[in-house]
Design a protein around this ligand. Structure first.
Ligand code: CA
Length: 233
């Protein structure tokens, strides 16, 4: 879940490579997959910020992949963009029905696709410059920096991913299983108390800035991030 990470599911090598190149130039990190099956394996790990799915794939189709992702509570709110050579109205309706957020018909310009991805990320809460802000806290998803009032907070890579997830969903409570699945990925076996260890480390890193209270314990559930008043200077 690095700087605006795109999972690109496309079986045609030429298109996959061309898009990877264009997206990377557009500032995205790209994880390529050649099939829906490979994409599902990747999605058992840390989640990307958006998934681009080609309609026609060998094995499971792009539409079936989209439906599967929408049914799964872990991936149900992942932004999805469908690529297809078909332009018929009924097909478009079918893919919106499968839970697709946007739709690009081949042939398309990479610029158009990137513009649509950016618009989609804005709609789903990722700002253009990749900087998330909650109260006094800012997290730069591209520069991998956390700051309070401009002062840098040093956090480890796991704490960074944990904070990024919480900042993308302010005031939303996550239980430990949800945090494990989204931050560590489902393919890793980690005990639930590992979450507590990393929450503790995150609070410790935020403490000198008076921001440790932003990471709140929700009794009987887990954790959430809430904006806290500015610390008294
Ligand atoms: Ca294809």
């Amino acid at each position: 879940m690095a700087s605006n990470c795109v999972l690109l599911v496309e079986d045609e090598t030429d298109i996959r490579e061309m898009l990877t190149f264009s997206l990377e130039r557009g500032g995205f990190k790209v994880v390529p997959a050649e099939s829906a099956e490979e994409a599902l394996q990747i999605l058992d790990g840390p989640l990307p910020n958006v998934v681009i799915i080609d309609w026609m794939l060998p094995g499971m189709s792009g539409i079936d992949l989209a439906r599967k992702l929408r049914r799964d509570p872990i991936t149900s709110d992942l932004p999805l963009v469908m690529l297809t050579a078909r332009g018929e109205e009924s097909d478009k309706l079918k893919s919106f029905d499968a839970g697709i957020d946007d739709y690009v018909t081949k042939p398309f310009s990479p610029k158009e696709l990137i513009a649509r991805i950016r618009a989609l990320l804005r709609r789903t809460g990722t700002p253009e410059d990749g900087v998330l802000t909650v109260g006094q806290l800012t997290l730069d998803t591209r520069g991998h920096e956390v700051r309070v009032h401009g002062d840098q907070v040093h956090v480890g890579p796991t704490e960074f991913r944990l904070l990024e997830l919480l900042m993308r969903n302010p005031n939303r409570a996550f239980d430990r299983t949800q945090l494990l699945d989204r931050v560590w990925g489902r393919n890793v076996y980690v005990e639930e108390r590992t979450v507590d260890v990393h929450v503790l480390r995150l609070r410790k890193a935020l403490m000198p800035f008076g921001m440790d209270k932003a990471v709140q314990t929700v009794r009987g559930i887990g954790y959430r991030l809430s904006p806290v008043p500015a610390p008294v200077a």
